[in-house]
Design a protein around this ligand. Structure first.
Ligand SMILES: Cc1cc2nc3c(=O)[nH]c(=O)nc-3n(C[C@H](O)[C@H](O)[C@H](O)COP(=O)(O)O)c2cc1C
Length: 186
């Protein structure tokens, strides 16, 4: 697949079939993810692969509870609040797999490094016929001791990019982009 086709064709997918994503495919996507650049070649990324749906259900519930508990009233857009209050809203959209990219070390650029790996993972996933979505809703929770314990992460790791993957159930309409602000100097 042409790179431009993947860049322009990838959209966040929130509706998946129950078809599992096999281990070999996940390993291939991770191999693509780690081709991302990293500051001073630190390669701080780690990949936690969660296919246990009971664990993802629990993490979804706890992440919603955590966000409700820590967000001051009125701090979030109202549609966020109604999503968090909706018992049927699953923050991982029942996707068959979550790949959590975390930094194993602290450092000025580790978040950028992991985010670049995440973009590679999502584009490679698209090229492999898979949908993906970054689940920011999970991040606050995953950065708590309870969230790290739920996924067996060492306490020093820094969860950055929770990426769900799966086979899309339907096609996703593109989200239109605003015209970019381009500041030309010279
Ligand atoms: C850092 C980050 C956090 C996000 N968190 C969520 C999320 O929690 N739930 C969700 O459904 N989509 C989430 N998204 C997906 C965005 O909503 C999506 O990228 C945006 O609407 C543009 O759509 P597109 O990815 O289809 O181009 C997140 C994306 C990023 C980059």
């Amino acid at each position: 697949m042409e790179l431009s086709e993947a860049i322009n064709g990838r959209h966040s997918v929130r509706d998946y079939t129950t078809e599992p994503v096999d281990e070999e495919t996940i390993r291939r996507l991770i191999a693509d993810a780690i081709q991302a650049p990293s500051a001073i070649d630190e390669q701080p990324w780690t990949f936690t692969v969660i296919r246990d749906q009971v664990l993802l259900d629990r993490a979804s519930r706890e992440a919603k509870e955590h966000m409700r508990a820590v967000s001051p009233a009125g701090a979030q857009p109202s549609h966020f609040k109604s999503m968090l209050d909706d018992a049927d809203f699953h923050i991982f959209y029942h996707a068959p797999v979550l790949v959590l990219i975390s930094a194993a070390t602290e450092g000025a650029w580790v978040v950028a490094d992991c985010a670049l790996a995440a973009q590679n993972l999502m584009l490679a996933g698209y090229a492999a016929g898979l949908g993906s979505c970054w689940i920011g809703f999970a991040q606050n929770y995953l950065n708590t001791p309870e969230g790290k314990a739920a996924f067996g992460l060492p306490i020093a790791w820094i969860p950055v990019a929770p990426i769900i993957l799966g086979h899309p159930k339907s096609t996703t309409a593109p989200v239109p982009r605003r015209a970019p602000v381009i500041h030309w100097l010279g």
